[in-house]
Design a protein around this ligand. Structure first.
Ligand code: FMN
Length: 354
């Protein structure tokens, strides 16, 4: 059981905040793929939330079907943070997360994101004010420190706990590292050991039930957060959760089930963001989804080149008709040499011969 202040859940797998990815449409896709745990919005500038600029409103879009969820805020001004937290609370957020790990220049140049790791005392004072400004739990997502020689996360995590922060997520890399190298499990373990009562969530390179077990066994963290693996395989969250809960990993979804999730994603984006945006986003995402489907190059190309939403539907209709319902990946021979694959193919194993 994961207890975060007054909120508790038996799901120990969290969908990470991922800028450009974890909008409402994608979070609902993860739910449809079986995710029951916390899911985060991408980072939102505390000032943008207050000024209600269009991007921030888009990112902060919520739905009753997406529960529990956290709104992640970044910035470096306690007043802005408190007022933005108040607004996020009004949206029904289960909790509010403070970004203390973003390495991107745009964020760190304004002293936000992982710059907050560099001055633990000031960051703690700011967090204390935010904790006091709302009723929902405040959580924080950290990297290990700015660089190898400036590891501050254990001390900062302990201080944040002492002022009422209810959960720490720790990405096992430094800011300087960005995404290089493997996540440092010893570093995560030090943060787990540094706090007394609150849960610590381990993050970094968790892409399977095995990786999640390794993270938990090595660090004694209370749960795991998944980012990049979920972009390609939204069902990985459920796989990990079920494996942790029961010791068994559920079967991978079939190609047909995956296609239905991709279609759901496109439909939700059309609903929430309009046709133009849905097409722009899906033209990019199809590459990531495609890697899980196997040899579907002609269909990826059709999606990439779509001129209107109907082109996406037609490509998916053709793909659905052409795959064997038992397949977990499309084999190499299925569409070999069929650039465009406009016509459904006859495939071995597809008795209907479509
Ligand atoms: C494209 C991209 C965008 C990200 N955006 C955010 C963000 O908005 N807030 C945040 O705290 N972390 C963000 N992260 C970091 C992830 O949440 C996570 O800490 C990191 O990817 C390590 O987890 P993974 O190995 O499961 O991907 C982002 C990562 C990526 C790759």
């Amino acid at each position: 059981m994961l207890r975060i202040g007054p909120f508790s859940t038996d799901c120990r797998v969290l969908l990470a905040p991922i800028a450009g990815y974890t909008d409402l449409a994608f979070r609902l896709v993860c739910r449809a793929a079986g995710h029951r745990g916390l899911a985060y919005t991408e980072l939102l500038h505390s000032r943008g939330v207050l000024e209600q600029n269009r991007d921030s409103l888009e990112i902060a879009r919520v739905s009753e079907e997406d529960r529990p969820f956290g709104v992640q805020l970044y910035g470096n001004d306690a007043d802005w943070f408190c007022r933005a937290a108040h607004r996020a609370e009004g949206l029904g957020a289960t909790l509010i997360d403070i970004n203390m790990g973003c390495p991107v220049d745009k964020v760190t140049k304004t002293n936000g994101g992982s710059m907050l790791l560099c001055d633990p005392d000031r960051t703690t004072r700011m967090a204390e004010r935010i904790v006091r400004s709302v009723r929902v739990p405040i959580t924080a997502k950290l990297r290990l420190g700015w660089s190898e020689c400036r590891i501050t996360a254990p001390r900062l995590a302990r201080q944040l706990e002492s002022v009422g922060v209810q959960l720490i997520t720790i990405h096992g890399r430094t800011t300087a590292q960005r995404f290089k190298g493997a996540a440092n499990l010893d570093g995560i373990a030090e943060v787990v050991a540094a706090v007394e009562r609150i849960p610590v969530i381990g993050n970094g390179d968790v892409d399977s039930p095995q990786a999640a077990r390794r993270m938990i066994a090595h660090t004694r963290c209370a749960g795991v957060m998944v980012a990049r693996a979920a972009i390609k395989r939204p069902w990985v969250l459920r796989e990990i959760q079920e494996s942790l809960a029961t010791g068994r990993t559920p079967p991978e979804p079939t190609v047909l089930e995956r296609i239905r999730l991709i279609r759901l994603h496109f439909d939700l984006m059309r609903r929430y963001r309009g046709d133009r945006m849905a097409m722009i986003v899906m033209r990019g995402r199809i590459a990531a989804y495609g890697t899980t489907l196997g040899h579907v190059k002609p269909f990826k190309e059709r999606v990439r080149l779509m001129a209107e939403p109907g082109d996406f539907d037609a490509a998916m209709d053709d793909l659905e008709r052409a795959v064997d319902p038992q397949w977990h990946v499309v084999p190499l021979w299925a569409f070999a040499g069929r650039e465009g694959a406009q016509e459904p193919l006859e495939t071995a194993g597809n008795e209907a011969g479509v």
